[in-house]
Write a protein that binds this ligand. Structure first.
Ligand code: NAP
Ligand code: F7E
Length: 365
């Protein structure tokens, strides 16, 4: 049985990846940092699987800022594969806590690579680094043919991306220096019903569900014209697994070739609950109202403005498609529909439980 170590599965990618690896008969070790509140709702269901009786999902407490603990764990577990997903991954937050972001995302990656060397696993342990699409800064509008690929020049535009750039290069450096199997996935935005609530897609689908259920009045957003290549996280975790099954380490861009605005995602989400929005320009910004009721439902709040922004990127993922035969299964509209439906179901259930005085408690920690 192969052993995989995933640095954190309490959120989106890690939880889908853990499901996938358990199905493939891996023994999965996962790291979790201590939290004063329960935060394992995305993985609690895995412990209910009948398969878990015969296979293994093992929890270890750790933190990417704690070298000694990482060395101890890697030495004890001796994993065949390490998937480094842990990160302070919120771009706007990284402007508020740049030093912590660098410590966790950049130095954390270095600590993990060193832990592999200290444990003498350089020749046996494969390392996956979750890199990010926005390392490349912005699209050159004058050269629309210049889609980015693995070799394009980089220009990160936030402390988060600067930290991820270091992480990508230190992984490349360990590959070249010590002949370690280190591969980077350069990933675009991938979303799902398990997405953290402050990323724009989940913020939108949660608000739409609450507005539909009369639990929220309005949704406040910022840059509605920003374009993103959104796709389903399930498609991406399959790609993560594939990259470590190759004979040689390499870096790959993962993208779908489709880009849509935040405005599009808002419209699609409201369409899912049969609300048709109309735009209105005020003297400073724009507002959206429900055509049927004339109620204002979406407004712009400058609070979310970022000191530097990436408005638009297009990527060429032909290498991943040709070498790994990776092809996404979900469309962005299917993703949006799944997220809205899942949030409606979640809030209905929460309201029902509240009405009956129940609280859901986590039992696996
Ligand atoms: P996410 O929802 O932000 O989850 C990140 C995980 O890292 C959380 O479980 C968090 O733990 C953990 N973490 C944060 N600080 C930590 C620390 N000091 N020590 C240990 N763990 C820590 O991220 P995601 O969307 O699943 O993405 C997974 C990875 O892919 C990240 O590295 C991200 O940068 C990268 N990526 C994501 C996207 C995307 O669109 N989703 C695109 C490109 C790259 P807590 O649960 O304790 O907070
Ligand atoms: O913003 C705009 C915002 O925070 C998308 C991370 O997973 O993907 C993610 O980073 C766009 C931006 O994701 C709001 O200004 C408008 O242009 O969902 P986001 P992100 O910054 O693209 C990359 C690839 C990663 O690596 C990251 O880890 O939407 N936007 N109004 C807003 N964004 C947020 N969060 N909230 C708003 O109200």
């Amino acid at each position: 049985m192969k052993k995989a170590l995933i640095t954190w599965i309490t959120w989106q990618d890690g939880s889908y990846l853990a499901e996938l690896l358990i199905e493939k008969w891996y023994e999965v070790h996962w790291l979790k940092r201590r939290s004063s509140s329960y935060n394992t709702e995305r993985i609690d269901h895995i412990y209910e699987w009948p398969e878990i009786k015969n296979r293994k999902l093992i929890l270890h407490y750790s933190d990417m800022t704690d070298s000694a603990n990482l060395i101890k764990l890697v030495s004890e577990i001796k994993p065949d594969e390490i998937y480094n997903l842990a990160a302070q991954s919120h771009v706007w937050v990284s402007f508020e806590i740049p030093e912590y972001t660098t410590n966790c995302d950049a130095m954390g990656t270095l600590r993990l690579l060193e832990a592999i060397r200290v444990a003498w696993l350089e020749k046996t342990c494969k390392f996956y680094q979750a890199s990010t699409s926005e390392l490349f800064g912005w699209m050159d509008y004058n050269r629309p043919e210049s889609w980015y690929n693995e070799n394009s020049p980089m220009h990160p535009r936030s402390p988060y991306w600067c930290a991820k750039l270091y992480a990508m290069w230190i992984a490349r450096n360990y590959k070249e220096s010590y002949w370690m199997f280190c591969s980077n996935w350069i990933l675009f935005n991938h979303e799902s019903p398990r997405r953290w609530e402050t990323f724009v897609t989940r913020k939108i689908t949660m608000a739409v569900a609450k507005i539909k259920l009369w639990l929220q009045e309005k949704l406040y957003l910022w840059n509605l014209d920003a374009k993103r290549d959104w796709w389903h996280a399930k498609d991406y975790v399959e790609a993560m697994r594939l990259i470590l099954q190759q004979d040689k380490p390499d870096d790959y861009v993962i993208a779908t070739w489709e880009s849509n605005t935040v405005r599009d995602f808002v419209n699609w989400s409201f369409e899912e609950v049969w609300i048709k929005l109309e735009w209105k320009w005020t003297w400073i910004d724009e507002k959206w109202y429900d055509k049927a009721t004339w109620k204002y439902l979406v407004e712009v709040d400058p609070k979310y403005f970022r000191p530097a922004e990436v408005d638009f990127l297009l990527w060429d993922s032909s290498k991943a498609r040709n070498v790994l035969w990776w092809n996404p299964k979900y469309s962005v509209r299917e993703l949006c529909s799944e997220m809205v439906k899942s949030d409606i179901e979640k809030f209905r259930k929460d309201e029902l439980l509240k009405a009956h005085g129940f609280e859901i408690l986590n039992q696996y920690e």
